[in-house]
Design a protein around this ligand. Structure first.
Ligand code: TYD
Length: 132
């Protein structure tokens, strides 16, 4: 499970008028997109996430600025620094994660495989470890 957390490079169309990148479901990321959301205006020192999903898989891109995504599979922890808009982190279901170290004006775009459902969240790390 942990091995499937990975950085994915996105297409990058270099253009002197400004660069362009894009995501196509099932082409650049291994799931169909049911939802996109974004995290922004994060005050310095704040932490987002701190949960796992039962079903939902995500792809996280730093559209602007930078932040770290820290993942944990119940035994190991790994941190990924995101700071460019032409790659992102694929996080399958069943992985505990949080996001921290947000820069000023950081903008995190998240493509998700399911619509929002609170019952899909595991918010207690001890319960997550027991289910793992
Ligand atoms: P949550 O996922 O708990 O944020 P964090 O990134 O800190 O884990 O979501 C914060 C709140 O926003 C929570 O009340 C649920 C709500 N929410 C939605 O309504 N729809 C969504 O797609 C998401 C991601 C969150």
């Amino acid at each position: 499970m942990f091995d499937s957390v990975r950085l994915i490079q996105l297409p990058k169309k270099i253009d002197e008028r400004g660069n362009l990148s894009f995501i196509e479901e099932l082409e650049h990321i291994p799931f169909e997109i049911a939802r996109t959301y974004w995290i922004y205006d994060v005050p310095g020192g704040e932490v987002r996430g701190g949960h796992a999903y039962r079903e939902n898989a995500e792809f996280i891109v730093a559209l602007s600025g930078s932040f770290d995504v820290v993942v944990n599979d119940g035994s190991q922890t790994k941190a990924f620094a995101l700071n460019r808009s032409y790659y992102g982190l694929y996080v399958p279901a069943g992985i505990w994660r949080h996001m921290d170290n947000f820069s000023t004006n950081a903008l995190a775009l998240i493509a998700a495989s399911t619509t929002y459902s609170e019952s899909d969240y595991i918010r207690d790390f001890k319960i997550f470890q027991r289910n793992d």
